[in-house]
Every structure is written in structure tokens, then in C-alpha cells.
Write a protein that binds this ligand. Structure first.
Ligand code: MN
Length: 128
């Protein structure tokens, strides 16, 4: 069955780059453009993986990640942090909030699907 990926991104241009990079791989793509919508779509559609922009309106990516991790349904859902500027300590902050991996912008359109596939297959193995 196709995996569902929730892309949380407030910049339409970045959203397009990300969804275009993932589309050929057969995923079902869900979109959210702010932190509150991210929580709403995640709880409604239960994605297999979440790509989380860290700079978001309403709720930051860190806050959304923390809230998701508090819900039993999202305790183990892979969350990849995406950010344009990583200052020293940011990466640690994202991992501490519950992110599994980290990607910096501008999005590398080859690296992104490779990382997503790797994390999804790792998660399958962990379940067996
Ligand atoms: Mn943003």
C-alpha cells in the first residue's frame, strides 16, 4: 500500500519543490501550510511520515513535533525536520523535540526522496 506523507511547509515554492520530488515515488501526499493545520491533518489522516518545516506560522515546527509526540498515535511516526537556517544547537533542539532526521534548505531533490525511502524502510524493519 502507498505510504502517506504529510508535507508541512508554508512557502508555496518550497511546497512545490518537495511534492514534485516525492510524487514520482508513488506516495500519497498530504499538505499543511501552518502548525495548526499540521496537527489537524496529521490527526485526521494518520500519515506514515511527516516532513516538518521548522519555521511555520501559528505554531513552530518544534512545538508541533512536541505535541505530536505526546499523542500515542504519533509516538513513533518518523518526522524529518526541514529548515533554511540551522544555527549551532538547532539540530540538537529538533532532535530533542522528537525529530528523527534533519534536512537543510534549499531542498536537494535527490537527497529528499532517498532519505524518505531510507527512513520508511527502516521503520518497516523495526516493526517486524
Ligand atoms: Mn517556513
Amino acid at each position: 500500500m502507498s505510504k502517506k506523507i504529510l508535507v508541512v511547509e508554508d512557502d508555496p515554492k518550497n511546497m512545490k519543490v518537495i511534492t514534485l520530488a516525492l510524487k514520482p515515488h508513488g506516495y500519497i501526499l498530504l499538505e499543511a501550510t501552518d502548525g495548526e493545520e499540521a496537527l489537524a491533518v496529521a490527526t485526521r489522516d494518520n500519515p506514515d511520515l511527516i516532513l516538518m518545516d521548522m519555521q511555520l506560522p501559528k505554531l513552530s515546527g518544534v512545538e508541533v513535533t512536541r505535541r505530536l509526540r505526546e499523542m500515542p498515535a504519533f509516538r513513533h511516526t518518523p518526522i524529518i525536520a526541514v529548515t533554511a537556517y540551522a544555527m549551532s544547537g538547532d539540530r540538537e533542539k529538533f532532535i530533542e523535540a522528537g525529530c528523527d532526521a534533519y534536512l537543510s534548505k534549499p531542498i536537494n531533490t535527490r537527497e529528499l526522496p532517498a532519505l524518505v525511502a531510507e527512513i520508511l524502510s527502516q521503520r518497516e524493519k523495526d516493526r517486524v
